[in-house]
Design a protein around this ligand. Structure first.
Ligand code: SAH
Length: 442
């Protein structure tokens, strides 16, 4: 194994189990590792500290182990089994066919001691994204380990790293199946999350196909949705909308600028409503097809669409729903004050890196000020940021500035974060990327 020696005094963070070695901390490399090779990291005094994947970037080594040998034959099986044990511990792994949740994040990068690796489980289909060259190069071993750990429960392993592996490494990736059970040809499946049905298409969908990190926050929306008029901004597959519709909301409007996302919302609403009830949409209010969507500014429906949702006990009658393929910020601008008394504001990461932070914070502030200004008196706003570089204090300060801008009285009822299947290593606080606030606006 090639040896990487650190500069004097730069071993502190590794001794505290932080999983990254920055290139500036490296004094000397014995030999010339290829990108993705496993290297040993040593202190200036020559003491072994850890081993991990070498990469030509500001993070030079992503640590895989502080003790075990990551080249050992059972390393990947053990690592996947340990990640699975965490999900089992919080009751996410289906024990039987009657499980209410059949999807979860199986491997969450640093949070599972596997920097650069994401694996999501969709009812037997594992969708993998490598964010590092080393993880990409290990994909066959990872796939074999998944087969060993899951046995017959595994239906397919899909590698979706083309958009996530480092572009500069010139790997020229093409997404594809690493393994499929005999006869398995699907590219989408219906998963259950807390009893709600969602269509996941891992080949075409954003990220691995579904935003699993919002599961608990969606359930919280379900808890507060009864009797409310709900606006779900940046809705993607309509996760929050489905919980609101099935929990007694009187009206749910969903907005996303992506035509593909809006067609998924339509399909998910249909999946969760009672067959044959209401006037389920064939022709939609927002998106009749990708060709029309991008430029279509859709007026609210004159004839609301309604559907019956089993379990929506609190609704006095079937809820009304409308789907809009539009820019969420423009939508908010023309939203009359007081029309909605529960809003969800879950935009994409406005800051993808530190350099974009200042502009991103301005954008979060504008967006939140608009939502707080428009929500009905006594209304709730669920507001989120998934930008890793915006920490929770900065986000809270930004929402504070937004509230102050509106002059309304705002209370924080709850502080929200990613679900338990997106664990954060205590030694790597940067892993806590999703943060949210539940606001009560007087
Ligand atoms: N809330 C979703 C995840 C949101 S991801 C869930 O629970 O699954 C962010 C979404 O914002 C994406 O679907 C993207 O298409 C959408 N988006 C990005 N920019 C937008 C804009 N300006 N207006 C509306 N939607 C936008």
């Amino acid at each position: 194994m090639i040896k990487v020696f650190l500069k004097h005094g730069r071993d502190e963070s590794l001794r505290r189990f932080h999983p990254w070695v920055f290139s500036g901390a490296v004094a000397q490399v014995q030999g010339s590792p290829a990108e993705g090779d496993i290297v040993g990291v040593y202190s200036a005094e020559g003491q072994f500290l850890a081993s991990g994947h070498w990469q030509v970037s500001s993070i030079a080594v992503r640590i895989l182990s502080f003790d075990a040998d990551p080249t050992a034959p059972d390393f990947w099986v053990n690592s996947i089994a340990r990640a699975l044990a965490v999900r089992e511990a919080v009751g996410l792994v289906e024990q039987s066919m009657s499980s209410a949740t059949t999807c979860f994040r199986l491997v969450h990068g640093e949070g599972d001691g596997l920097p650069g690796l994401i694996i999501d489980w969709y009812d037997g289909v594992c969708v993998m994204q490598a964010h590092s060259v080393g993880m990409f190069r290990a994909r066959t071993q990872i796939c074999e380990a998944l087969r060993t750990v899951f046995g017959e429960r595994l239906k397919a392993v899909y590698d979706k790293s083309s958009g996530t592996a480092p572009f500069k490494a010139g790997l020229e990736l093409v997404d594809g199946y690493l393994w499929r059970a005999e006869g398995f040809t699907a590219s989408e499946t219906v998963v259950l999350e807390n009893g709600r049905k969602f269509l996941v298409n891992w080949e075409e969908g954003q990220k691995t196909g579904f935003f699993l990190d919002q599961r608990d926050n969606r359930a919280l929306v379900g808890r507060y949705a009864a009797g409310r008029s709900v606006l779900n901004l940046f809705c993607y597959t309509g996760g929050f909308s489905i919980y609101a519709l099935t929990s007694g909301a009187v009206r749910v409007d969903s907005v996303d600028s992506s035509a593909k996302a809006m067609s998924l919302v339509e399909r998910n609403i249909a999946l969760n409503s009672t067959p044959g009830s209401g006037q389920l949409p064939q022709e939609t209010s927002g998106c009749a097809g990708p060709h029309r969507c991008a430029s279509l500014a859709v007026p609210p429906l004159t004839v609301p669409r309604v559907a019956r949702f089993p379990g929506a006990v609190a609704a006095p009658s079937s809820p009304e729903f409308n789907n809009f393929c539009e820019d969420a910020i423009e939508f908010l601008k023309k939203t009359p004050e007081g029309k909605y008394d529960l809003m969800i504001v879950d935009p994409p990461a406005f800051a993808k890196h530190r350099g974009a932070l200042k502009n991103a914070l301005r954008a979060y502030q504008r967006l939140n000020a608009a939502a707080i200004a428009k929500v009905a008196p006594g209304g709730l706003v669920f507001t989120f940021s998934c930008s890793q570089v915006v920490d929770k204090i900065t986000f809270a300060n930004t929402v504070f500035s937004a509230a102050a801008q509106t002059g309304r009285s705002v209370r924080i009822l709850d502080r929200l974060c990613q679900g338990a299947d997106h664990p954060v290593s205590i030694y790597h606080p940067e892993g806590e990327y999703l943060k949210g606030l539940l606001l009560y606006v007087e």
